[in-house]
Design a binder for this molecule. Structure first.
Ligand SMILES: [Zn+2]
Length: 603
């Protein structure tokens, strides 16, 4: 065990404190420290004491206490030494033996709480079979006027007893007079009831839109399931949320994040309206998370050029991350489909029910591949960080080859171009990542281990036995020194990073429909690596690795305290950990009611 109980300093800004504490490293001058610690210049604003501090520093050292001043960590060490930095004004946070980690970070999610606030919850175990869903929808519709939309989210055909899509004909009896849209947890497809299909004028004769698919029965009748861009035929008819509603949803999301020890994220694909909303919240001092945003680059060269021209000048995080709270970070491109909808671009036909073959279905790209190549080049040549959604092996290869091409033509180091999801990389893709990360600091997977858990049954059924075994090969990444970022893709899977840490280790789907370990266990990683992928490695993907992601002197005090010590509990308990206290920039943003932590005086 790498238990460290000394005192260390790095990058200390206050020279006086640095001098005194450096001296304090040798025992004979301890008395000097105890005298000098009441000097106001090193009196901490707050201290965390009597804890187990998992620092996630380069050596993953463990400390007992932390001192904070002006939002930043000024010392990490033993309780005894840190207590010397308290004065009459210092807030003392007694952790009573609990474990603290750096605030957890998500490198790819859609930061929005609107499904939490406004959609009918159709998640398992509320929906265990289709009749459960029908009942819930019926209850919701009873409160609506005829013609009003009913919107639900969270159902998963991999978790319901029927193990098939829910169709319009299943739900129609509950919604005779209301159009309805019911999105599964994993996004990329959804269910429209017959009245919604009618409003959208979708019939047997309607052709599939480019980049989308209208699911049909053998006679051509739409089933109600719409995939990828075809969803837009219906979703554009749903009345949008008001600005007020959207803002409330964002505030709710921030609260939920903090409640779960999360302090930063990378929002994958925003528009101007959302940027403005973030700015409003920041101005009102309500943005209690660090948010690194990617602008949605659209699907055409023209559209991309416009976005890049507009945001390019202020989206260079390697030059500046501004106030480190709201960061305009780069461009997101959406290259292929999804694993849930069997629409991602793959070399071998998709599977159904694990071993059957979805004959003729190789998925598709959302952007024409040659146009995509040009789009990446435009961003790269403008010096913009590009994050590409690529799930299928063929799409990942194409994406990495594209990165390779633009980097060789114009070798800019440090743009950290990433592959969002990166589900089933080929051996060649892995070698490209090794080379690209080393040479250019690019080619970083931003992946979501909870895909193997929360939607892991549906996913296993679609990817099939062979592909599952090379799904998110984290152990191989470790062996080859490939760094990755962990995430949730919320609201595809729950955003709480503890699930991602657990899933990175266990690779176990929720229901076990296709066996307990369809993804194998060989590619699972240890808890320390899993934690790094949700802290310091993610901080890198937010270009904030010198500022957050570990508990070290000079960094912001973004810290989470837990009821359990994830380094010593049985793996399955990691999923049950509960956050007790969250600090963002030294400020308490969440305290669990009835926690045993004692804060005095209370802030
Ligand atoms: Zn996403």
């Amino acid at each position: 065990m790498n238990i460290w109980r000394g005192e260390y300093m790095k990058g200390q800004k206050q020279k006086k404190a640095h001098l005194i504490l450096s001296l304090a490293l040798s025992i004979p001058v301890l008395t000097l420290l105890s005298c000098q610690s009441i000097d106001r210049s090193i009196e901490a604003d707050s201290v965390l004491v009597n804890g187990k501090i998992i620092t996630v520093d380069a050596k993953d050292r463990i400390a007992q206490a932390v001192a904070i001043k002006a939002g930043k960590i000024i010392s990490v060490g033993t309780t005894k030494n840190i207590k010397r930095m308290t004065g009459p004004e210092t807030q003392v946070i007694d952790l009573k033996g609990l474990t603290a980690t750096p605030g957890l970070i998500d490198s790819h999610l859609h930061f929005d709480g609107s499904t939490l606030l406004y959609a009918l919850d159709l998640n398992y175990p509320r929906v265990k079979r289709i009749p459960d869903m029908v009942e819930l929808v019926k209850g919701k519709v009873a409160a609506l006027k005829p013609g009003e939309w009913v919107v639900g989210a969270g159902w998963d055909e991999g978790k319901i007893e029927e193990h098939r899509y829910v169709y319009a004909q299943d739900i129609d009896p509950a919604t005779p007079d209301n159009p309805g849209w019911f999105a599964p947890g994993m996004g990329h497809y959804g269910l429209a009831n017959s009245s919604a299909l009618k409003l959208a004028k979708i019939t047997k004769e309607t052709p599939d839109p480019p980049g989308g698919k209208i699911d049909r029965f053998p006679d051509g009748t739409p089933t109600g399931i719409l995939k990828e861009t075809a969803m837009g035929l219906v979703t554009r008819l749903i009345p949008p949320l008001t600005k007020e509603q959207t803002k409330n949803a964002l505030i709710r999301m921030i609260e939920e994040f903090n409640k779960n020890g999360m302090t930063a994220g990378k929002d994958g694909g925003i528009d101007l309206a959302k940027w403005n909303l973030y700015q409003d919240l920041q101005a009102e001092d309500k943005l209690h998370v660090r948010m690194f945003v990617l602008w949605f680059g659209g699907r055409t060269l023209d559209g991309l050029q416009k976005v890049a021209d507009r945001v390019g000048p202020f989206s260079k995080p390697y030059l500046s991350t501004g106030d480190d709270r709201l960061i305009s970070g780069g461009i997101k491109l959406w290259f292929d489909g999804s694993g849930g909808g069997r629409t991602a671009w793959v070399y071998k036909e998709w599977n159904i029910n694990f071993k059957d073959v979805d004959t003729g279905n190789y998925g598709f790209t959302a952007i024409e591949p040659e146009a995509f190549r040009k789009m990446v080049k435009i961003c790269h040549d403008l010096g913009l960080h590009v994050a590409v959604h690529a799930i299928g092996d063929r799409a990942i290869d194409w994406t990495l080859d594209t990165f390779d091409l633009v980097l060789k033509e114009n070798p800019i180091h440090g743009l950290r171009h990433s592959i969002i999801h990166c589900n089933i990389p080929t051996d060649r893709a892995i070698e490209l990542m090794v080379e690209m990360q080393r040479k250019y600091d690019a080619g970083i997977p931003e992946l979501q281990a909870p895909f193997m858990w929360d939607i892991g049954d549906t996913y296993a059924g679609n990817f099939g036995p062979e592909r599952c075994l090379r799904f998110m090969p984290l152990k191989t990444y470790l062996e080859k020194k490939i760094i990755w970022g962990g995430g949730s893709d919320w609201d595809v899977t729950p955003f709480e990073a503890k699930y991602g840490i657990w899933a990175s280790m266990t690779r176990r789907p929720m229901m076990g429909t296709y066996g307990e370990y369809p993804y194998g266990t060989e590619q699972g990683v240890d808890v320390r690596s899993a934690l790094r992928s949700y802290t310091i490695w993610n901080a890198r993907q937010l270009f904030l690795e010198d500022k957050v992601g570990s508990i070290e002197v000079g960094k912001y005090a973004d810290i989470a305290v837990w009821d359990k010590d994830l380094y010593s509990i049985p793996t399955d308990e990691i999923k049950e950990m509960e956050c007790q206290l969250t600090l963002v920039e030294g400020k308490i943003v969440y305290t669990k009611p009835n926690t045993r932590i004692v804060v005095s005086p209370k802030s």
